[in-house]
Design a protein around this ligand. Structure first.
Ligand code: NQM
Length: 368
């Protein structure tokens, strides 16, 4: 593509990614994925010849198009580009890049917006579920400046409110895909849950760690990472995900007593790197697991003034996740969930990927 490809780089929440309009990318998914790997500079641990940031949280792509679904404005396909292996995976959602999708859709005139606030209904193609993004406008364009701070991002920006519907079981088919609120996997108690992100919740203490260690220290603990991977591979089967050895899900979240006035302390592997914060739908899934009676780690949860809000401590601060839970004769039923993020346009223009090598067979799976 000697003339380059139209691309906007945005920070969405605590992640950063390249946003494209779908019809400005190749139609063929294999061709598209090769192009996107080249855009990011993968495979290469430094992504030196592309625009990726050499970490799964900065090697992400959003593909956006007008939606043909009733009551929905745009479709958003999330693609995770593997840093080291050049894989491109659509197996998971990303609630952080989602935070920029509404603004991107207005920027690219995929939808018309007027007044002082936009409300954009977004279908998350990866899981076929819908989220509503609400954010301020100025002269009919997204307003990026504001006074909302989120942990893990310096300073403040305009609030993007995200409300999720129908996230329970969106990837695994059920909120509790193993059929139990707690399982024993490889000798460790775990809650396998999917409220928008397949996640395994474990007690940090059960794995012999305090739970508030720095991500780099946890990644360097080979005994821990091997144990986690052994549990994850078995959890994948229990969660209807099959062989997850090269998949980016399930995520592994280790919970312990809160240390900073929140409801719970977390360290989350996504699944091989330890997150500097926590993913959006990952946080919603962890909050849901902890609010279920019998959920692993639920006994550690400290409620604040609003019992629907779980303040999740993570390595760079706290993330508030609101999850509605109703009682029914068949057990708790998950309702809507809501969170607050910020997002910013960083760059708009053309990206010039290196000509990708043509693979001998298909595109590989994913890993993070
Ligand atoms: O869970 C990281 C992130 C994510 C995903 C990951 C996310 C989510 O922080 O919705 O946002 O878990 O891979 O961007």
């Amino acid at each position: 593509m000697p003339d380059g490809v139209r691309c906007m780089v945005m920070r969405g929440g605590t992640s950063k990614g390249a946003y494209f309009v779908a019809d400005e990318l190749p139609d063929d998914p294999d061709e598209r994925d090769l192009l996107l790997a080249a855009v990011m500079g993968s495979p290469d641990p430094r992504q030196i010849d592309g625009i990726g940031g050499a970490h799964p949280l900065t090697s992400k792509v959003a593909v956006v198009s007008p939606s043909s679904v009733a009551d929905v404005d745009v479709d958003y396909l999330f693609l995770q580009v593997g840093v080291d292996d050049g894989s491109v995976s659509d197996q998971q959602n990303c609630g952080n890049l989602l935070a920029g999708v509404g603004q991107f859709a207005v920027e690219r005139r995929l939808i018309a917006a007027s007044g002082d606030r936009a409300q954009v209904r977004i279908r998350m193609v990866n899981s076929d579920s819908v989220a509503t993004a609400t954010f301020p406008l100025e002269a009919d364009r997204p307003a990026y400046d504001g006074d909302t701070a989120i942990s893990g991002v310096p300073g403040t920006a305009a609030e993007v409110r995200l409300d999720f519907e129908d996230t329970a079981g969106s990837t695994c088919g059920a909120l509790l895909p193993s059929g139990a609120v707690a399982d024993v996997i490889d000798g460790v108690e775990a809650t396998c849950i999917d409220n928008g992100m397949p996640t395994v919740v474990l007690r940090a203490a059960d794995l012999g760690i305090a739970g508030d260690e720095a991500p780099a220290a946890l990644e360097a603990d080979q005994q821990l990472t091997e144990r986690l991977e052994a549990v994850r591979l078995q959890a994948g089967e229990l969660m209807n995900l099959g062989d997850v050895s090269s998949a980016t899900v399930p995520k592994m979240s280790l919970v312990s007593d809160p240390r900073a006035g929140g409801s719970i302390c977390t360290r989350t592997f996504i699944p091989h790197r330890c997150h500097d914060a926590i993913g959006v739908l990952g946080a919603v899934s962890v909050a849901t697991a902890l609010r279920l009676p019998g959920g692993v780690g639920s006994e550690l949860l400290r409620f604040g003034a609003d019992p629907e809000v779980v303040q999740i401590e993570h390595p760079t601060g706290t993330f508030a996740a609101r999850v509605e839970l109703a009682e029914s004769p068949a057990g708790p039923v998950v309702g809507r969930s809501g969170i607050v993020r910020t997002a910013r346009k960083l760059f708009d223009g053309l990206v010039f990927p290196k000509s990708p090598a043509i693979p001998s067979s298909g595109s590989p799976g994913g890993s993070a």
